[in-house]
Design a protein around this ligand. Structure first.
Ligand code: OKP
Ligand code: ZN
Length: 344
């Protein structure tokens, strides 16, 4: 399968994140992409750099002031103190209910909070370069589908599905899946389906398309009552305005088995078939794997082959965008299983 990879991913390498009050090594790290690249190369897939500049697309799915902040954030952080090069910026204050988000504060950390949903999206010197390259890959994947390619995989990081119109969150900065869906729309696909199979609800993607009928969002994920992102992803979120009926959330209890998960997949694919989509974008999180360190679903490596096979049966031009998956050593194999199942 044609696969886009980005060397810039290695430049997004923050050291630590917070976990229960402690600093721990970042789970979302460059080794993840390396394991995937190595496995795909071993399986004979063609690894290519992106060919499309996603800049015009970014402006269609994200707010200009958020993109401006993200692009300049590391330089601003350094401008506060040259010693910050060895440190990591984290937000410490957020404009929750009753506070204003329309006025941008001048203070850097206050703006970091304004544009973050959590303190779980650590930044580093190369965050913008890596996130932009991943978005370029998503745009390139869409272009390849529009040119007649059957399926494309983006073996990219950082992931994107928690990033909303004007905020980062959950290791995500730019919503790559949204970029791919928008690029498909711009290129002539009248209807696009976006299927999110990451363990965590794709709150950012849902938010971006919530009032649109042209891009259907369907997601299978851990119930937000107990799982991140906690504040979105419930079954009663069905879309709004023109998008009413074009959002499908299938939350499953923590610990769900593969059998339960594949029943939900049938439900999602039935809705996608009814949408009459011209193309499918898959937010491919592999953290549904039983061995994932932060997730509780019970899928095994063979289940990823079955997922690939089932998605191929949907019969749509398909762009796979890598999202989560934190059992890094198994991530390459699990990704390769999806591609192998799809092409079998
Ligand atoms: C991103 B993706 C643990 C923080 C966990 C939330 C999970 C983000 C998952 N220290 N952060 O959907 O795989
Ligand atoms: Zn996830």
């Amino acid at each position: 399968m044609l696969t886009f990879v980005t060397p810039e991913q290695a430049l997004h390498a923050p050291a630590d994140e917070f976990f229960r009050g402690q600093r721990v090594p970042c789970l979302e790290n460059p080794t993840r992409a390396r394991f995937v690249e190595d496995a795909l190369r071993a399986h004979g897939h063609a690894l290519r750099p992106p060919t499309v500049d996603s800049a015009p697309l970014l402006a269609q799915v994200h707010a200009p002031r958020y993109l401006d902040f993200l692009r300049g954030a590391w330089d601003e952080w350094l401008a506060l103190d040259a010693a910050n090069a060895q440190l990591q910026p984290f937000p410490s204050v957020w404009p929750v209910r009753t506070l204003r988000s329309d006025v941008e504060p001048a203070n850097f950390v206050a703006r970091l909070g304004l544009y973050s949903m959590d303190n779980g999206s650590p930044m580093a010197a190369g965050t913008w370069s890596a996130a932009k390259a991943a978005a370029d890959a998503a745009a390139s994947a869409a272009q390849a589908l529009l040119a007649g390619e059957r399926a494309v995989f983006c073996a990219t990081r950082p992931p994107g599905h928690h990033a909303g119109p004007d905020f980062m969150g959950g290791y995500c900065f730019i919503n790559n899946a949204a970029v791919a869906a928008q690029a498909l729309r711009n290129g002539g696909a009248a209807r696009v389906a976006l299927l999110d199979v990451d363990y965590h609800h794709g709150n950012g993607t849902q938010a971006i398309f919530y009032e649109r009928a042209d891009v259907l969002f369907a997601s299978i994920h851990g119930d937000p009552r107990t799982e991140y992102p906690f504040y979105l992803g419930h079954a009663d979120e069905t879309g709004a305005g023109a998008g009413q009926g074009f959002n499908l959330n299938l939350p499953l209890p923590a610990g769900s088995t593969a059998a339960v998960w594949f029943d939900a997949l049938e439900h999602a694919l039935a809705r996608i078939a009814r949408h009459g989509a011209d193309a499918l974008v898959v937010s491919l999180g592999l953290d549904t794997f039983a061995g994932d360190p932060i997730s509780t679903f019970q899928l095994q490596a063979d289940d990823f082959t079955r997922l690939g096979q089932r998605l191929a049966q949907a019969g749509l031009p398909t762009a796979f965008i890598l999202e989560g998956g934190y059992a890094a050593a198994e991530l390459g194999h699990n990704a390769a299983q999806v591609l192998q199942g799809f092409e079998s």
